[in-house]
Design a protein around this ligand. Structure first.
Ligand SMILES: [Zn+2]
Ligand SMILES: [Zn+2]
Length: 207
């Protein structure tokens, strides 16, 4: 449909160069502005740095797999779909490395400049179409980062670390314990110890 092509300006060709440099940018000229027109996007883009919370995140450069549907509506472009990302991090209980993956659902309206939605929304309330392009990265990043667990675990029943020796309890026999004497009683225990192997035996009958 050649009639859908807008006339080329120098600004448009600058935008076009920018769009090829940035894989997150979608050129909307193919979709057009007729409400109801649709475009499917399925692609894999390397993750930028910084998609993480304290203990887990998406490794920089790892593939972000997108399956999106762009739909032209009166106010702008409605983007729906999902993103799959790999995750690496460490268990909040035992600090073991974790490898996982995450799928997030996406649904956002990118408002046209001059649309009622844009005019009635605060600057940071709504995503915007920039010229003939929209930038998918902030939308996907926000959805992924919001879905990251603040306390990821290696397994749901991870028992964490032994508070005395710092080893993973899941790697130790179930009866793992340490003979620990309360420091307040350590002196007494030494005084009353009759055999060196039983320092914890403080219910002595000698007094
Ligand atoms: Zn763990
Ligand atoms: Zn221990």
């Amino acid at each position: 449909m050649p009639s859908a092509l807008p006339h080329r300006s120098s600004a448009a060709s600058r935008d076009a160069r920018r769009s090829t440099a940035n894989p997150w940018t979608v050129d909307l000229r193919e979709l057009g502005r007729r409400p109801g027109s649709m475009q499917e996007i399925e692609k894999s883009i390397p993750a930028p740095a910084g998609w993480r919370v304290e203990l887990i995140g998406v490794p920089e450069g790892a593939p972000v797999r997108l399956r999106l549907r762009l739909e032209s509506v009166m106010e702008g472009v409605l983007v729906t779909g999902e993103a799959d990302v790999p995750l690496v991090g460490s268990c909040a209980r035992c600090l073991e490395p974790i490898e996982d993956s995450l799928r997030v659902d996406l649904q956002e309206l990118f408002a046209y400049s001059g649309s009622t939605t844009e005019a009635t929304s605060e600057e940071d309330e709504v995503r915007r179409v920039e010229g003939d392009f929209l930038d998918l990265e902030p939308m996907v990043r926000d959805a992924v980062v919001l879905a990251l667990p603040l306390a990821p675990v290696c397994t749901d029943d991870c028992r964490g670390l032994c508070v005395d020796c710092g080893q993973r309890l899941d790697d130790l026999p179930p009866d793992h314990t340490h003979e620990v004497v309360d420091p307040r009683w350590a002196g007494l225990a030494d005084r009353f110890a009759t055999s060196p192997g039983t320092p914890g035996n403080d219910n002595s009958e000698e007094n």
